[in-house]
Design a protein around this ligand. Structure first.
Ligand code: HEC
Length: 182
């Protein structure tokens, strides 16, 4: 089965998008909505649990993406189990590189993989304001990526800020934070 991919939303939203997550790091010692040790630990555990996701049955073809995701992207969906709890996980491969085209990426995705972004549906109450999604961005090798301020991109990224995963995905239709099904 293929995930149905609708590109209309991409064009609109990508047009407004200017770049990656930018916001000041907090120095007050208060727990942040993301980038804390437990967020990174969960992201690491999910990465382990999704090992071999390239083989998942539910996946799209490579298709053209836009800012801030790759020039080309590819989607995967599955349930993964972390600490005995099953979670819905949506994985997005973000591809980029000099002079790449659809054929090049489709033929050799691993070479052009720049980042992997995921959404995990967490338990009720994890982030009730934002549909309980957990967000993470990994580098191609599976290390959790940082924003320019050095905050790890895992958790409720970037709750309460006007840029970032949550702020942008809040524009998806139906309030589910998913563009794919718009
Ligand atoms: C400025 C807007 C914007 C930001 C910021 C953004 N995204 Fe997205 N994202 C999109 C759009 C548009 C799509 C759907 C189009 C596509 O497939 O490329 C998408 C698709 C996705 C998908 C596939 C599911 C879906 O909604 O279709 C995942 C997973 C995802 N993004 C994760 C993330 C994560 C994690 C972050 C933060 C690190 C993030 N996104 C930041 C705009 C954004």
């Amino acid at each position: 089965m293929r995930i149905k991919v609708v590109l209309g939303a991409l064009v609109t939203v990508a047009a407004i998008a200017t770049g990656v997550v930018i916001f000041p790091a907090c120095s007050s010692g208060m727990p942040m909505p993301f980038g804390e040790e437990e967020d990174v630990a969960f992201a690491d555990a999910v990465w382990k649990a999704m090992d071999g996701y390239e083989m998942w049955k539910m996946q799209s073809d490579v298709y053209p993406g836009g800012t801030p995701h790759g020039m080309f992207v590819k989607l995967y969906y599955n349930m993964v189990t972390v600490d005995g709890t099953p979670y819905h996980v949506i994985v997005k491969d973000n591809f980029g590189g000099e002079g790449i085209d659809l054929e090049m990426v489709s033929a050799d995705p691993a070479t052009y993989l720049m980042a992997v972004t995921i959404m995990v549906q967490r338990e009720a109450g994890y982030d009730a304001d934002n549909n309980d999604w957990f967000w993470a961005k990994y580098m191609a090798d599976g290390t959790v990526d940082k924003n320019p301020q050095g905050m790890m991109l895992a958790g409720r990224v970037a709750k309460g800020m006007d840029m970032g995963c949550i702020a942008c995905h809040a524009n998806a239709q139906g309030g589910d934070y998913l563009f794919t099904n718009d």
